[in-house]
Write a protein that binds this ligand. Structure first.
Ligand SMILES: *Cc1c(COP(=O)(O)O)cnc(C)c1O
Length: 360
């Protein structure tokens, strides 16, 4: 008989279950918004050299100062404005842990990244949802500003996962000007958006603005677990005081430094994904019965009749994995398709076309 933990677990944590991305090995995996391209050889070689010369017997630099310096230089800020974490996820958790708690709410705009609500709830931070338009997924700007007025923090995702749209800069401006909340802009996918989409350069003049970035998407390093926050030094200091001190290990620090230093070599890869996104979108547009939303990220959200079944057939008959969101509130019959390589995208379109024959 297994142990009943109901009365032992912290009440805020009852009901949480292990994260299951429903991963099945497939020939084509377009399910997790990873960068599916090969790393350019110059990046791979720089990483290999860094790994080989990193001793493992010593503890990591807990603040990862060398990595912070490289990231700070990337964004033209001081080291004191940057904190690294074990993926962006850890930073999200730490933000809610530090600035949340009973009576300090988080405002989010679902459908968005479900970890916001999960982590906030774990940190006993009340979650206020300002739902996007059910049809267009547009944010109701007035409602968001109003809800944020008595909140501790608002999070907007730009481009948003899974809807793919950017947040209007004017809305971020309003959140900063018309509320007193901390404003988190999650830019996990911003490298795939047009030049000028990031608000990271605003941080210097807006101490309540925090920008989250990650090496998991454009940098093709999802397995590394490295993300970072650009924010006012007072916020970085507080987060540095409460974080797990060694969560970014020596191999991750060395790899991240090499990759960020070689970032120019990654530009053609990102450009290819952006071009493929446009091509994939055109091809999807030819499939009868499929609806898609415009995306500035490395994925496209689509709606198809009986999406769960379509996903299952893609997996079982074509060995292609996409993410099923059809169970999620507001995302009935939606699938999220990561933009892959040209060959992967062609395979997906061919399979979807076959499965959707006779629809509409
Ligand atoms: C992927 C993602 C992140 C961060 O992912 P990590 O792998 O933990 O760095 C953050 N926000 C959104 C919206 C994401 O999709």
């Amino acid at each position: 008989m297994s142990l009943d933990l109901t009365d032992r677990v912290r009440p805020a944590l009852v009901g949480f279950e292990p994260y299951d991305p429903a991963f099945t090995p497939c020939e084509v995996n377009l399910s997790a918004n990873e960068n599916t391209h090969e790393l350019p050889p110059v990046v791979r070689e720089a990483i290999n050299a860094a790994l080989v010369s990193t001793p493992l017997n010593r503890y990591p630099d807990p603040l990862a100062n060398d990595l912070r310096d490289v990231l700070a230089a990337r964004h033209g800020v001081e080291r004191g404005s940057v904190m690294v974490g074990n993926g962006g996820d850890e930073i999200l958790f730490n933000l809610f842990f530090a600035f949340g708690g009973a009576g300090r709410s988080l405002v989010t705009c679902p459908p968005d990244f479900s970890e916001y609500a999960n982590f906030a709830t774990m940190c006993e931070m009340p979650v206020k949802c300002v739902w996007r338009d059910a049809d267009t997924f547009a944010i109701d700007a007035d409602a968001l500003v109003e809800a944020t007025k008595d909140a501790a923090m608002a999070v907007v995702t730009s481009p948003n996962n899974p809807t793919g749209d950017l947040v209007d800069h004017a809305l971020i401006r309003r959140l900063l000007d018309e509320t007193n909340a901390l404003v988190l802009v999650d830019e996990a996918y911003v490298e795939f958006a047009p030049e000028g989409s990031s608000v990271v350069s605003w941080v210097a003049d807006n101490p309540r603005l925090m920008v989250l970035r990650t090496l998991s998407k454009a940098f093709a390093l999802a397995g590394l677990r490295c993300g970072y926050l650009v924010a006012d030094p007072s916020i970085i200091d507080k987060l540095s005081a409460i974080r797990q001190i060694y969560s970014v290990d020596v191999l991750a620090q060395a790899t991240a430094i090499a990759a960020v230093n070689e970032r120019e070599a990654l530009r053609p890869v990102v450009d290819d994904i952006k071009a493929e996104r446009e091509r994939l979108s055109l091809l999807l547009g030819n499939i009868p019965g499929l609806r898609q939303w415009p995306s500035e990220a490395n994925f496209i959200l689509v709606r198809v009749p009986d999406a769960s079944r379509v996903r299952q057939l893609l997996r079982d008959e074509f060995s292609i994995l996409v993410r099923d969101f059809s169970y999620a509130p507001g995302l009935t019959d939606c699938l999220r398709i990561t933009v892959g390589t040209r060959q992967e995208n062609d395979r997906l379109v061919e399979a979807l076309t076959e499965l959707m024959k006779g629809e509409a």
